[in-house]
Every structure is written in C-alpha cells, then in structure tokens.
Design a binder for this molecule. Sequence first.
Ligand code: NAD
Ligand code: UDP
Ligand code: UDP
Length: 331
Amino acid sequence: MYQNGHVATGFGINSVGKIPLGLKRKGLRIVVTGGAGFVGSHLVDRLMARGDSVIVVDNFFTGRKENLLHHFSNPRFELIRHDVVEPLLLEVDQIYHLACPASPTNVVGTLNMLGLAKRIGARFLLTSTSEVYGDPLQHPQVETYWGNVNPIGVRSCYDEGKRTAETLTMDYHRGAGVEVRIARIFNTYGPRMCIDDGRVVSNFVAQALRKEPLTVYGDGKQTRSFQFVSDLVEGLMRLMEGEHVGPFNLGNPGEFTMLELAQVVQETIDPNAKIEFKPNTEDDPHKRKPDISKAKELLGWEPKIALRKGLPMMVSDFRQRIFGDHKQDAA
Ligand code: NAD
Ligand code: UDP
Ligand code: UDP
C-alpha cells in the first residue's frame, strides 16, 4: 500500500522525464538508509523541508539520534533502528542508500536495498565513493576510469565493497529493470561529521580546537579535494530526480595537499597550531581530484562552497560539540 496515494510503478522508465515535478507536489515517500549519519542527516533536512515523508533506517553504528532530534515531532518523519544486513519490508518511492560501515556488510545491505527497490518499483540511489579509483593512475579522475585498487590491501574492504555495490546496482538495473542512480562521492566535510573517526578534516579541526598538534601522515604532499556537505546533498538530490544513471563524480575539484589543508586549518582556528608528522597508512592514494564535467553537463550541478568558506561552518559545530561535551563531563 502506498500511503501517500501514488504507486511506485509511476516510476516507469518511459515516464521518467515527467516525474519529479508531479510527484514533488504530492510529496514523496523516501527511505534514507544511514540517515542518522553525517551526510544522511543533512539530506533528510532537505527532503523534510521539501515536504516529503522520510523514513530513516539506521543501526546507529556511527550515526547519532542527535542529528535528527529536530524532526522527531514531525508526523512526516520516522526513524527505524535496523541493520540493513537484515531484509526490510517497506513501501516507498525512492531509496537513498547511504548506510555503510567500512566492512563487507556493505555488500549485503546493498543487495537487500536493491531487492527492496525491485519488489516495490522504487528508484534506488547508491552512495559510492571516489575510493573505487584506488590510488589513481589518471588525474583528475573521470567516471570512465576503472581505477587502481589493491584487492588484498588494508583499504580494500571498503573500496572493493563499494565496487561490488556498484556492480550489483548495475546488475539489478540491467537484469531486473530497477531504476538506479550511482554517485561517486569525494571527500566531504561539514557540521555533524564524526569527531573521532580519523578522517583528516575532522582530525585537524578537533586537534586545533583542543590545542593539540595537527597530525600530518607521511610527507603531507598527498592531495585530496574537499567538498562541503550541502553541495553534496544538492548533487545527490539532482541525481535522484534526474534521468541519468551515472556513475557521477560528486566532489569539489579544489585540490589541496595535506600540508596545505593544515595551513587552512591554522588560518581558520589557530595560527600557532603545531604540525606533527606521523607515518602514513598503507596504500594511501597519492592524489585525488574529481573531473566533474559530466555532473556539470547532465545534472547542471557544481559545488558552490570553497574550503575556506565551508571550514568555519564546521568549526563552529565542532567547537560546540567538543566544548559542550567537556562542560557536561565536568558537571
Ligand atoms: P556516516 O558514518 O556518518 O553515516 C553512515 C550511517 O550509516 C551511520 O548513521 C551509520 O550508523 C549507518 N549504518 C552503518 N552501517 C549500517 C547498517 N548495517 N545498517 C543500518 N545503518 C547503518 O558516514 P557519511 O560520511 O555520512 O557517509 C554516508 C555515505 O556516503 C556512505 O555510504 C559513505 O560510504 C559515502 N561516502 C562518504 C564520503 C565522505 O567523505 N563523507 C565519501 C565517499 C563516500
Ligand atoms: N529484500 C528485502 N526487502 C524486500 C525485498 C527483498 O530486504 O522488500 C532482500 C531479500 O531478503 C534478499 C535481497 O533483498 O536477500 C535480494 O532480493 P531479490 O528478490 O533480488 O533476490 P532473491 O530473494 O530472489 O534472491
Ligand atoms: N591524514 C593525515 N592526518 C590525519 C588523517 C589523515 O594526514 O590525521 C591523511 C591521510 O593519510 C590521507 C588524507 O589525509 O592521505 C585523507 O585521509 P582521510 O582518511 O580523511 O580520507 P581518504 O584517505 O579516505 O580519502
């Protein structure tokens, strides 16, 4: 039963072009797996603001209820504690599949969500990653590049998990006619990011605020391209509503070495913050920068927020969470 009055089969392949506007007026029923996490909770904010009904499915492995508290009293919002490794029965129009720890459960969760999409005729969006390019031999990375991943390396569980997720997604598309979308997300930062998950932006920001040295791994000359979370969410929604399967790179082409990033963090938080060099992790990609021509052309999307503009917004959130917590501890 489709509680908001439209059947998911309305997503027939031939009618794709007409769907978004018509359905938007009625309000869609949307599942966001991993919706209690960093990216997912921002996506939920946008979908709720648009008037959709949103079901978040999350096992709180890394996500937090706090990220969604402001929606709890809204009847259009529902939160289900569920591990996507277990089958799930729901009736919805769209599935944003973000739930993912860095482990093989990724593959089983994706299979279940694809099975769900197939049964109910919902459109399915996979949040894949720039990690599918591995330590890339092409720079910047274009979607047609097949990547350079060490299949037995320490990072391969995540990388190969997402590559398999992409494979499954395309197989369900070709074999079962499921409408799918694939986003390859490049490094994203912003408010609500996990404070202690070891990512470079969250590490540097937390370290600078706590007056600890910024830990630069290796020589710090490796590069990454950092995207602000609201730019990503806009790209995910355009991809879901548009008519192109992808994969699409969603990232900010502004490329920084880790030493340059440390410098931006110093400028933003504490010019006296010290830098401490530490050994790098194995198989660390040397550089990464998205070619976003395809998303620009077909989704009309490009990021708007440069690192120096986005970082201060993340810093205020981190400041509040770090020092807010300390006050509670002391009390
Ligand atoms: P996050 O850890 O903040 O969010 C992931 C969410 O999924 C969490 O709320 C977690 O509790 C939930 N989850 C994990 N395993 C689950 C399971 N088995 N069942 C149900 N829920 C589960 O991470 P994020 O940064 O918001 O990432 C969201 C998605 O985007 C992920 O798929 C990630 O691989 C992808 N991605 C993120 C980035 C980035 O830079 N943030 C880059 C590339 C790809
Ligand atoms: N699945 C689910 N919810 C559904 C439909 C399927 O979680 O509404 C799961 C199902 O348990 C299975 C997976 O999705 O493990 C793949 O389903 P599919 O029907 O494609 O495969 P089959 O069950 O035929 O092997
Ligand atoms: N890195 C670093 N200091 C840290 C954490 C990470 O210099 O405290 C480096 C890491 O070696 C890598 C880059 O920052 O080269 C990005 O790491 P992250 O884990 O954030 O993202 P990913 O490697 O998955 O792109």
